[in-house]
Design a protein. Structure first.
Length: 69
């Protein structure tokens, strides 16, 4: 998926200035799916094609506010 197909929900609008290496939450503009960028978590091995990431709570709260939930 190209980054151009993602709408960034965090890291702006009064949030911290983040570049590509910050934890962030995006919405896929094609299907409305949520895409999370964060530090890789190794708590367990997920199935092939999946990954575990860890993001700070404040980043998730910022995404929820951006969506108006």
């Amino acid at each position: 998926m190209a980054r151009s197909g993602l709408h960034r929900l965090t890291g702006r609008n009064g949030g911290p200035n983040c570049d590509d290496d910050c934890p962030n939450v995006y919405m896929d503009t094609a299907d409305g799916g949520i895409v999370v960028q964060g530090n890789q978590c190794s708590s367990f091995q997920p199935p092939a094609g999946e990954a575990l990431v860890k993001i700070p709570e404040h980043v998730l709260r910022e995404a929820v506010r951006a969506l108006g939930w």
